[in-house]
Design a protein around this ligand. Structure first.
Ligand code: UTP
Length: 316
């Protein structure tokens, strides 16, 4: 496990208080989606008809996290506009009696109170989280990555928030991956607990080669962290890829005795971080939609079968 130079981190104690703030690091460069992300933030790419970021804020709000901090960077301030009112557009939609669209554009503004902090340079996820220190203070908080969409029918955060309040430590979300894919994730060294969906974590390693991976349990983009993590991030040195890694700070706290648990997630999740998974996410979510799904599925079946769906006839 990597160690961090500097003072031994303060060991957090259980407070019984459930986190109320969510931090969404969104200052990355989105290089895997260039050129689309040259001027449009990756977080605003539409997944069917909503930006990925709105799904994340909706998930936060349904878990009771109605104070949301977006960590933004250069060229990414349009993300915040999505959560603002648009009186001009509202007036037009009202005049045209387009009630559903009116509700759809108002909804993002009603979900949560949105705050921002700026990461002046993309020095890594750990550094982005550190940019939330002044807003969060010493309380526990959730970190939610915009690339991971968790299906609202399979809530994950409430279980994580509850566990963090009980232990006072760190809680991460884990999924099982095939051995060949360990080099794409942070991988945990775990031992079982008496609860089937919770494991204790004794170590984490960022993107190990399959033959060096301690398990096939991979960390996905949801964390509930104690405020003490900021002290550790202050002294965390750049790690893999020259970036300040959140995984390294978590590993250092684990080494210093902070309890770290993983909640095993077996629900529906959509990765929107690269082109291949993004395309799958859009198709899966479109197929599930009551309004679009039936027609879209039919078209898709025909298209895959090489039928008329492969032609140019559009839909509504
Ligand atoms: P990623 O590495 O997946 O996102 O970081 P990225 O850097 O934007 O995308 P690629 O790899 O170049 O295509 C995970 C999350 O952490 C944020 C990103 O915005 C993303 O939501 N992040 C990453 C920051 O906010 N700051 C950073 O310095 C690095």
């Amino acid at each position: 496990m990597p160690s961090v130079p500097g003072a031994v981190p303060e060991r957090p104690v259980p407070t019984g208080r459930v986190a109320t703030k969510a931090v969404i690091p969104a200052a990355g460069l989105g290089t895997r989606f260039l050129p689309a992300t040259k001027a449009v933030p990756k977080e605003l790419l539409p997944v069917v008809d909503k930006p990925a970021l709105q799904y994340i804020v909706e998930e936060a709000a349904s878990a009771g996290l109605t104070d949301v901090l977006l960590v933004t960077g250069r060229g990414k301030s349009s993300m915040v506009d999505h959560f603002d009112r648009r009186p001009d557009l509202e007036l037009q939609l009202e005049a045209a009696d387009k009630k559903e669209l009116l509700d759809a554009i108002r909804r993002p503004c009603e979900l949560a109170s949105i705050h921002t902090s700026r990461q002046s340079e993309p020095l890594g996820l750990g550094h982005a989280v550190l940019c939330a220190a002044a807003h969060v203070g010493r309380q526990p908080f959730a970190v939610m990555l915009g690339d991971d969409l968790i299906d609202e029918r399979d809530p994950l955060l409430p279980r994580m928030l509850e566990l963090q309040a009980e232990t006072g430590g760190i809680v991460v979300a884990l999924i099982e991956v095939s051995r060949e894919r360990t080099s794409l994730y942070g991988i945990a060294t775990t031992s079982p607990t008496d609860q089937e969906d919770i494991v204790t974590i004794s170590g984490l390693v960022e993107k190990p080669d399959p033959d060096e991976a301690p398990s096939n349990l991979a960390v996905i983009g949801r964390y509930v962290l104690p405020g003490e993590i900021f002290d550790v991030l202050e002294t965390t040195q750049p790690g893999r890829g020259g970036e300040i890694q959140l995984t390294d700070a978590i590993a250092a706290m684990a080494e210093a005795g902070t309890p770290v648990h993983g909640v095993l997630f077996r629900g529906r999740r959509y990765d929107t971080g690269d082109r291949q998974s993004y395309l799958r996410a859009v198709v899966q979510l479109a197929c599930d939609r009551e309004d679009l799904g039936p027609d879209f599925r039919k078209w898709l079946t025909d298209f895959v079968g090489g039928g008329f769906g492969s032609g140019s006839e559009g839909g509504s």
